[in-house]
Design a protein around this ligand. Structure first.
Ligand code: ATP
Length: 273
């Protein structure tokens, strides 16, 4: 139903302080916050405010979080939908959903529209002719392009879209006046992992042998989502052992468990390749 797709207009309480690391990406989206807060400063000079930006990076690196933080900082509504929601829709449904979404967004402007997994609708047209749902996907993509072109540059609606595969996107999406800006959201380096740990350790009851420097050194290749998950796993392990505080060993056990989980996942995938 309509509600399942668009009920995510939230009173967003996420701010930039909730997004650790990603300094460059934050710097870039700050401009968007300013467009939303002070549109007149731009329009008075005759500038056209960009309609959208693409957040590009691996899963779990904070793209959704960053988009919510933009809405939070600008204090505007946040609408979201996922490209994968559109994949199995009947003919005409995807396109009408896109129309509905933009209608709602225009009514609530200024606002942010966030499209997660845009590659699910935005893959280059005419390449996957084997897939049955392809026509419908193309209809949906065409509707999205039509909507983006249709609403005025200074309508107050800014679309942020996330993908981990910018290379597969239809070039039409990347043209000036559409998603003409790309913002990289990469896996965190050690210093950034420390900052992410700081955010996610804050609500936890820790023993004083838990050292952020050490945790960051033990987690190369972890995304922000995996770090958040690790912190919670450590808390669960400590609780199961009826501890009063979470200690270093709980974190080490949680790292082992998460790495074992990741290895299992890749083993399941490998034989099919
Ligand atoms: P996907 O591509 O899988 O949708 P994503 O890039 O949108 O992932 P998020 O959904 O934003 O990732 O991140 C998931 C969770 O991981 C966040 O809600 C947050 O708890 C944590 N997280 C990820 N990145 C960061 C970060 N930079 N700072 C703090 N927390 C983070």
């Amino acid at each position: 139903s309509k509600a399942t797709l668009f009920d995510k207009e939230q009173g967003v309480k996420i701010n930039f302080k909730d997004v650790a690391g990603l300094e460059e990406a934050k710097e870039e989206v700050m401009e968007i916050v300013d467009f939303l807060k002070n549109p007149k400063r731009y329009t008075a000079l005759g500038a056209k405010i960009p309609k959208g930006a693409l957040l590009v990076g691996p899963p779990g690196t904070g793209k959704t979080l960053l988009a919510k933080a933009v809405a939070g900082e600008a204090q505007v509504p946040f609408f979201s939908l996922s490209g994968s929601d559109f994949v199995e829709m009947f003919v005409g449904v995807g396109a009408s959903r896109v129309r509905d979404l933009f209608k709602q967004a225009k009514e609530k402007a200024p606002c942010i529209v966030f499209i997660d997994e845009i590659d699910a609708i935005g893959r280059a047209r005419g390449k996957n002719a084997m897939q049955g749902s392809n026509d419908e996907r193309e209809n949906t993509l065409n509707q999205l392009l039509t909507e983006m072109d249709g609403f005025g540059t200074n309508s107050g609606v800014i679309i942020l879209a996330a993908t981990n595969r910018a290379d597969v996107l239809d070039r039409a999406l990347l043209r000036p006046g559409r998603f003409d800006r790309q913002i990289n959201v990469d896996l965190p380096e050690k210093e950034e992992r420390k900052a992410i740990f700081k955010v996610h350790l804050k609500p936890l009851k820790l023993k004083d042998n838990v050292d952020i420097e050490f945790l960051a050194s033990q987690t190369p290749g972890f995304s922000g989502a995996e770090i958040a998950n690790l912190c919670n796993e450590a808390a669960l392990i400590a609780a199961r052992k009826k501890k009063k505080e979470i200690d270093k060993q709980d974190f080490l056990d949680a790292v082992d468990r998460i790495i074992a989980g990741l290895e299992k996942k890749s083993k399941i995938i490998t034989p099919e390749e």
